[in-house]
Design a binder for this molecule. Structure first.
Ligand code: SME
Length: 164
């Protein structure tokens, strides 16, 4: 996922799009369109009061799992741990929520703003073992850059998406 052209397109997107909601939407579109092994990409945001995640900007097939309790599925486990979660084969996970039956592997990376866990980026692939430790690092760096670039606008988006 660290293909140079993809990196360049992401840099361009961040430079050109000053609005956080649009930037995150375009980022999910870019990942689905430009990375063959990504079939779904979406941001979930934390609602601490409800202990639930709410789906924000995403690309790919619509999912019925727009709200996920902390602890449930891969996303819910990342909400609880605050750590990235790379799943090579979703069929081997007991605590997994299927958004699409075609999904075979998944990566979820936490989104921090000023040391606070506010959300996460979830990528799904129809291919098993689609994601690597390098992807995890790339996405972690990318989310850190988003937090610096968009700052408090990400928290505002979190509030809009979760209704908090
Ligand atoms: N598979 C995720 C649910 C979100 S969908 O992939 C869009 C999970 O187990 O948390």
């Amino acid at each position: 996922m660290n293909e140079i052209s993809l990196k360049n397109q992401i840099v361009q997107l961040i430079e050109q799009e000053s609005q956080a909601p649009r930037a995150l939407q375009q980022l999910t579109e870019l990942l689905v369109k430009q990375v063959d092994r990504v079939q779904w990409a979406g941001f979930y945001f934390m609602h601490a009061g409800q202990q639930q995640l709410h789906l924000g900007p995403f690309s790919g097939p619509a999912t019925e799992h727009t709200v996920i309790p902390y602890g449930k599925g891969i996303c819910g486990q990342v909400a609880a741990s605050g750590q990235p979660f790379l799943v090579d084969d979703v069929s081997r996970q007991d605590n997994y929520i299927a958004c699409s039956l075609s999904t075979q592997s998944e990566i979820v990376v936490p989104l921090y703003y000023q040391q606070e866990l506010i959300g996460q980026l979830d990528l799904d692939s129809d291919t098993a073992h689609a994601f690597t430790a390098e992807d995890e690092q790339f996405l972690t760096d990318l989310l850190a850059i988003l937090a610096v670039q968009y700052g408090a606008a990400l928290q505002q988006l979190q509030q809009e998406v979760t209704g908090a």
